[in-house]
Design a protein around this ligand. Sequence first.
Ligand code: NAD
Length: 426
Amino acid sequence: MTTKTTTTEAGHHQNSMFDAVLARLDFAAKIYGLSDDVANVLRSPQKQVKVYLPVLMDNGKMQVFEGFRTIHSTVLGPSKGGIRYGMDVCDDEVKALSAWMTFKCAVANLPYGGAKGGIKCDPRALSVSELERLTKAYTTALADVFGPNKDIPAPDMGTSGREMAWIVDAYNKVHNGNFPGVVTGKPVGLGGSQGRDAATGRGVMVATLAALKKMNLDFKKVTAAVQGFGNVGLNAARLLSEQGIKICAIGDHTATFWNEKGIDIQAAIRYTKENGGILKGFTGGVEIKNTDLLTSNVDVLVPAALQNVITEEVAVKIKAKLIIEGANGPTVAEADHILQEKGIIVVPDILANSGGVTVSYFEWVQNNYGHYWTEDEVNAKHDISMNEAFEHVWNNGQKYKTTMRIGAYITALKKVELGIKARGNF
Ligand code: NAD
């Protein structure tokens, strides 16, 4: 294996998200005893596409945007993964997120490989019609990459059902037909699934309850802090509070709040709905610093916004006993051993936020089948799937005497290894 990285000597890799993937992959491969051949296949993506998208802006001028799509693996099925809009979107980030999708789909036991895409842009600075033209330009440029049985996008940071509806529309026009299964996370009524919108947050809630049970903690008595109040954070905070967990801190990119008695999450949701989706100006708690949320005095920490927020410095100060990674890659590889030494249980991203892709899979199945399930049916199937995935990961963590993160990688590696070996060579 051409590895030079372990989780304890990963200090050279601070800036690359893909190196953070490799650090965990190599570490898990060593513990599990994965062959070098299989590890090497997984150390590189299958395909990386970069497109330049000229878009007519509202002021009459053209602007060229960079778009990315990386297919990490199609070993277990068509590749699956979200599309992110943000100014930080780059090759490295998309590559890392695509690899995580391979492992996430395998952990969730879905018949999918992994991919990820994105456009380097500030979605908040673009008008709705600019966003529509940009999304359709991106889809048209990648119309041969995407496909209901090839590569299936979904929402991620900065995108939602609205963008997915534009994608399906542009794809249908290029291919002259109706292909709802080319993308998931669509609005209900346009082939979307009941329960998809809240699915990632629901998965976070189910994983939290499962972990608290393993830790013998009564979830009616625990407190939590949630970073991010978008699709994942808002729904996670809402569903956790509905279970009786007291949410003492919430925050987004505009403001962070603390309330020892528990924040009224419904009031926060109403506030963001009335104020352009942001928390700034909310009065349901005292305002604290963004980073203080991560080290606040709570039992459960749910990072559900950005990557790389739990650095070594932050890890040392974390008071929570349990971290549920709603976001992708919130913990830098170098912080893993600090959390482990402190006895903090980390339910890793590739398990904790897999509720979204699980219900995306259900959406795709419903699209292929042409028959739609109720929200209760979707949620029930989701909860079974998430609890099973949790058990597999937990058991592998115990069996290999390692963390849940490495247990999750081992769970994934076993499945992908089987696929790679069964398919043979050429
Ligand atoms: P989103 O765009 O809906 O919300 C992102 C939230 O993060 C917003 O509330 C934003 O204000 C907040 N944020 C941005 N910068 C911040 C900062 N500096 N400090 C605090 N908060 C900040 O995105 P999302 O879909 O909720 O995705 C969040 C994370 O979850 C990402 O890592 C994404 O990859 C991951 N994820 C999302 C899904 C999904 O189904 N949407 C599924 C799996 C994983």
